[in-house]
Every structure is written in structure tokens, then in C-alpha cells.
Design a protein around this ligand. Structure first.
Ligand code: COA
Length: 414
């Protein structure tokens, strides 16, 4: 378990157990991007035996977005990141860390985070993908916040991005109806102002790994198979819905209560909970367990389905747009999913100096220039590498290397 805490004003009490951070980590920018293509429940009923009525009543989902052939986890993540930088009025060169929480990267490596870093022109940043399924965004925000609070960096970008449509088994009606594609992102920045990320509870129970998963290239006996030994399809999601449902309703309440305690507040102080958007019934059951109103949970699962690590930042963006979060409000994130993993976090919202839409005109032009330069840089570097390797082939020692290689192939043990 990883925890953070701060000394604090207002409702929070200082338990004296944890040191005051070097600087506070505030969320100062947020953005989202979803594909244009909408798939309704009726569309789904043409693919598998299901109905709009069944899906709506069991899950609360009416429609989801599906990525086109030109969209990927990294391209959706890039768009969300650009929006978040705009709101934060932060230049790509200021970003020192890019984390992309995802279960559907284009490659094992390079990471989606590295692609996003390069496309932004965030040339002073480290970048990596984070695999914690639907809890990944909260894990990522905590890592970024810890790096800021320790004083080692000042600015971080955390993206949650998924193309779940590419890992769904479209013949399995118990899973393919639940998920959708999309991306969300936040920018975190150091500040002397007390607040920002106050606490985080990160948990895992790998004994439940078989309840929800996607076997991939590292699986055993993989060559040429479409099914791995336990009957799960290679590269496709499998799930035990009933068990996951019970797990989710239990951990939401437990982890939120712990995160509130660690932040020195109570659940009654929290203005809005932005949960992972898996299923309206899960949120209803969690609210009942916690004896809080359903309205305290932000919900947009109806329009996007479960977008895994992207669902919390997408819901956060819409909550801000709807005016449901005001400066100094305590808000909470809670995620849960494959691993099994779960995570909850309390944030005191609002770096006071930042409000959406105040982005500086000159900086906006500089960001656009950074994106263009990043594209040219990529093209130039690739061209120069390919010219470099063509020249290398013409060098005499290259011919010698070829001869040696040929000899080694003929006499492998010499
Ligand atoms: N359309 C129509 N019928 C369906 C169906 C679908 N899409 N999916 C399953 N069914 C059927 C089942 O075959 C079963 O039929 P049977 O009674 O003839 O055997 C019946 O509906 C009930 O299935 P069951 O699995 O018990 O339904 P449920 O009420 O538990 O709902 C889920 C299934 C998947 C919606 C629910 O378990 C769930 O939401 N779990 C959590 C999943 C989740 O959120 N995962 C991601 C976490 S990050």
C-alpha cells in the first residue's frame, strides 16, 4: 500500500505522522478525447444475442464509443493530453514525467506514453506505461503526485487511454456489451498552496487475477494458438462478471473510507466522488453500503460504457464542465479492476490560480509550434537514421561483417 498525506487547513487534521511535502501536487489541467463513432445497445443486438433493455437494466449503459482504424490508444491519449495542457497553460517542454495508464497499448514497447511524449514534443520528460487495469489512472496520479511532493519534479502529465474494442471478444455477450474506447488526461503541477492530492490507497490481490484478464504475448504455450491452456482466448478479454461485481462493491467503500481517513477528513466532507465507470448497479450498491446518496457519485457510464483506465479522467472532465467541482472542494477518485487492483484517492481541488479557459494566447501558439516541431523532428530523425544505415552498408567493413556472418552461419561452432 502506498499512502500520502499532508498537513492541512480546514476540515483536515494533522496527525503528525507524515512529513509536510516539499511542495503540493495540484491538478491544474484536464482533458478528454473520445472517438466519434457511437455504438448503441441496438447496434450491439445485431452482433450478439442481447437487447437494449437487458443492457440498460443490468448495467446502465446505453451507448459507447468505438475507435476508427485511424485511432489508437496513443492518438486518443495525445488529444486528451493536448486538451489538458491547454487548460493548465503548460508547455510540453515543462512536462517532466508522462505516465499512460492503459491495458491496450499498441506495443509492449515503445510505450504509449513514449509516443505521446514524442508527439507533444515533451523533450524533458521521462515516460512509461502503467498496467493496473481500471485502477491505473489513480495509481498514475499517485506516482506523479509523489514525485512532485518529494520535490524531484514540478510538472507531470497522467493519461488514461484505452481502445477496449480491440481486445473484446465480440462473440461474448457478457463482456462485449460493457466496454468502450476513449482517453482522459490531467496535468499535475507543484505549488506552495496547501491542497491537491492529499491521500492515496493503492491495493492489489493477485489471487483474483483469473477473474478478469487479457492473455498476451508473454502467456505460456503461445505459438500459433488462438486459445491458451485454460480456455481463454489469446489477446481477448475474459471475465467472471458476478465475482467482479461483488469485489467491486466491497472495495469501493473500504478504500474510499481509508483514503478519507488518511486525508484527515470524513466521507461527509467529500463533495463529489469520481469513480471508475463500470456499471451503474455497482455504484448504486456501493452508495447503499456507504449509506451515501447515489448523487454523490459522478456517473456518465450511460454514454461511454466502461473505458477502463480512461473512465475516471473522462468523468472528471465532464464533472468540471458541469460545474460540479469548485475550488477547495474535497473530491475523491476510486478505481477497481483487473489484477485484481483497486485504488482510492482524496484531492482538494483547485489550484486557485488556474481556471479552465484562461489559457495564455502566446503559450497556445508555442504549444502548437511544439507539436509541429515534434512531427518534423520525428520525420528528420527517421530520414537521417535510414540514410545513415544505407551509408553504413556501403562501407568496406560492412562487407567484411557480411562475410564473417556468412562464415559463422556455415560453421556455427567456430
Ligand atoms: N444480454 C442478454 N442476456 C445476457 C447477457 C446479455 N448481454 N449477458 C448475459 N446474459 C444472460 C446470461 O446468459 C444469463 O442467462 P441464464 O440465466 O439463462 O443463464 C442471464 O443473462 C443472467 O446472467 P448473469 O451473469 O447472472 O447477469 P448479471 O445480472 O450478473 O449481469 C453483468 C452480468 C456482467 C452485467 C454483471 O455481472 C456485472 O456488471 N459484473 C461486473 C462486470 C464489470 O463491471 N467488470 C469490469 C470491472 S472493471
Amino acid at each position: 500500500m502506498v499512502t500520502t498525506n499532508t498537513t492541512a487547513q480546514s476540515a483536515r487534521t494533522n496527525n503528525g505522522a507524515r512529513p509536510t511535502p516539499v511542495q503540493y501536487a495540484h491538478i491544474v489541467g484536464w482533458g478528454m478525447a473520445v472517438p466519434e463513432t457511437v455504438m448503441t445497445n441496438d447496434d450491439l443486438s445485431a452482433i450478439v444475442e442481447t437487447s437494449d433493455e437487458w443492457i440498460r437494466t443490468r448495467t446502465g449503459i446505453r451507448e459507447r464509443r468505438i475507435a476508427s482504424d485511424h485511432e489508437s490508444t496513443a492518438t486518443l491519449g495525445l488529444k486528451a493530453a493536448q486538451h489538458a495542457l491547454e487548460v493548465a497553460d503548460v508547455l510540453p517542454a515543462e512536462v517532466e514525467l508522462v505516465i499512460c495508464a492503459t491495458s491496450t497499448p499498441e506495443h509492449i514497447f515503445p510505450s504509449a506514453a513514449s509516443l505521446i511524449q514524442a508527439w507533444l514534443g515533451a523533450n524533458n520528460a521521462g515516460a512509461f506505461d502503467l498496467s493496473a487495469a481500471c485502477s491505473g489512472f489513480v495509481y498514475g496520479v499517485n506516482i506523479a503526485a509523489q514525485a512532485i511532493r518529494s520535490g524531484s519534479i514540478r510538472t507531470a502529465l497522467v493519461v488514461g487511454s484505452e481502445t477496449m474494442s480491440r481486445v473484446l471478444d465480440w462473440s461474448d455477450r457478457s463482456t462485449c456489451i460493457l466496454f468502450g474506447d476513449g482517453a482522459g488526461a490531467v496535468v499535475l503541477k507543484a505549488s506552495d498552496v496547501d491542497g491537491g492530492v492529499l491521500s492515496a490507497v493503492l491495493r492489489s490481490d493477485g489471487t483474483g487475477g483469473d477473474l478478469l484478464g487479457i492473455p498476451t504475448v508473454g502467456s505460456l504455450d503461445i505459438e500459433g494458438v488462438t486459445e491458451i491452456s485454460n480456455g481463454h482466448k489469446f489477446g481477448k478479454m475474459h471475465m467472471n462478471g458476478g465475482e467482479v461485481f461483488k469485489f467491486a462493491t466491497r472495495v469501493i467503500g473500504d478504500s474510499l473510507t481509508q483514503a478519507a481517513q488518511q486525508a484527515g477528513i470524513t466521507l461527509a466532507d467529500i463533495k463529489l466522488i469520481v469513480p471508475h465507470q463500470a456499471n451503474a448497479r455497482i455504484l448504486h450498491a456501493a452508495a447503499r453500503n456507504l449509506k451515501i446518496s447515489d448523487a454523490l457519485f459522478m456517473s456518465n457510464v450511460e454514454r461511454y460504457g466502461n473505458t477502463s483506465s480512461a473512465s475516471i479522467p473522462i468523468a472528471l472532465c465532464e464533472a468540471v464542465q458541469q460545474g460540479r467541482i469548485q475550488p477547495n472542494d474535497y473530491i475523491a477518485f476510486v478505481g477497481f479492476g483487473g489484477g485484481l487492483t483497486w485504488a482510492a484517492m482524496v484531492v482538494q481541488w483547485g489550484s486557485p490560480q488556474v481556471t479552465a479557459g484562461t489559457s495564455n494566447f502566446i503559450n497556445r501558439q508555442r504549444r502548437q509550434l511544439s507539436y509541429r516541431l515534434a512531427a518534423w523532428r520525428r520525420t528528420l530523425l527517421r530520414a537521417s537514421r535510414s540514410i545513415g544505415s544505407s551509408f553504413a552498408r556501403l562501407r568496406p567493413e560492412h562487407g567484411r561483417m557480411d562475410r564473417l556472418k556468412h562464415k559463422a552461419e556455415q560453421h556455427p561452432f567456430e
